[in-house]
Design a protein around this ligand. Structure first.
Ligand SMILES: [Zn+2]
Length: 322
């Protein structure tokens, strides 16, 4: 088979991953580097080029027709630039033209990581077959992306659906984004851990104070740990309910590391959603775990490449894997 692959890049604050992806969403070849996040712009780009070099130097590269990039945000897809919060050396960095140069002028499509996750879940995961969905990434931060009318809706700059920075607490804590009371300030992994510690939860002998450790304590019934997840779930539910009222989603797909907490997050999330989503057209909104896991960024970048490369979002991103 020829011309059946796309290259995918997933660029985050800790790692830069790449893969060649076939029409069924299978990852054929992977490459990976740590992100030198505190270094200057060219050092970070050199890590991207190292990942790309492994891909372009591989035998199947001749079958690649397009490149998709999912990047930590904010991104500006219309300008082809990225300014990831956790990579200070990259501000309005011209990632798309730089990658295009490294891949011999193949078409390059850029989306934010939340949109990439939505594209992945719509193509291969829990939002498959959904006409309207919000997909959330709850991790170090909180991000998201939208599927509207059967298509991934990236918005003009590739950031649409960024639920982490809508306010659910009018007089709440200032957020690094410049806003106040953002969903992320209550529901991110570090927020869950910080709140548990502030309210008296203490880690075990291993000293692990991550959200995963708080989740383990919550599963054992620790009331402070349970309460911290309860509060995170409340913020997420308010954001999901607002999204449902705005654009009438059928389902909210929740992924990211914090979602691995399972029912200590999902049970209060469903309960609070029933409190906030009360009108007839939002009350049936469901909440389900994401299915694409740690490869969501790569699968989503591949979906974006197919979308951007051919301009037929519905036919490809919304299609069923062959
Ligand atoms: Zn914010």
């Amino acid at each position: 088979m020829r011309n059946d692959l796309v290259a995918a890049l997933d660029i985050g604050g800790t790692k830069i991953a790449g893969a060649l992806v076939d029409g069924g969403g299978r990852l054929l070849l992977r490459a990976r580097r740590s992100t030198p996040a505190q270094e200057d712009a060219e050092t970070v780009m050199a890590a991207v080029d190292a990942v790309l070099g492994e891909l372009t130097g591989s035998l199947p590269w001749t079958r690649v027709t397009a490149v998709g990039i999912g990047s930590a945000g904010p991104v500006d897809a219309s300008a082809g630039t990225v300014s990831p919060v956790n990579v200070p050396g990259w501000r309005d960095f011209p990632l798309v033209p730089r990658v295009a140069r490294s891949v011999g002028g193949l078409p390059v499509t850029l989306v934010g990581d939340g949109v990439a996750m939505a594209a992945a879940e719509h193509w291969q995961g829990a939002a498959r077959g959904c006409r309207n969905a919000l997909c959330l990434v709850v991790s170090t931060g909180v991000g998201g992306g939208l599927v509207l009318d059967g298509r991934v809706h990236a918005g003009p700059t590739g950031n649409a659906g960024h639920i982490g920075h809508i306010s659910v607490d009018l007089d709440g804590e200032p957020c690094p984004c410049g806003g106040r009371g953002c969903v992320e300030r209550t529901a991110s992994g570090p927020s869950i851990a910080r709140r548990a510690l502030a309210n008296g939860w203490r880690p075990g002998p291993d000293g692990d104070t991550s959200a995963a450790a708080v989740a383990a304590a919550a599963h054992r019934g620790d009331p402070v740990a349970v309460a911290s997840f309860e509060r995170a779930a409340q913020a997420l539910a308010a954001g999901i309910a607002a999204t449902a009222a705005l654009v009438e989603i059928e389902t909210a797909v929740v992924g990211g590391g914090v979602s691995r907490a399972g029912e200590v997050l999902f049970a209060p999330l469903r309960r609070h959603l029933r409190e906030y989503a009360t009108l007839s057209f939002v009350r049936d909104t469901t909440v389900v775990p994401a299915l694409t896991g740690t490869d969501a960024g790569l699968v989503g970048a591949a979906a974006a490449a197919r979308l951007g490369g051919r301009g037929t979002a519905e036919a490809v991103v919304g299609g069923r894997p062959s």
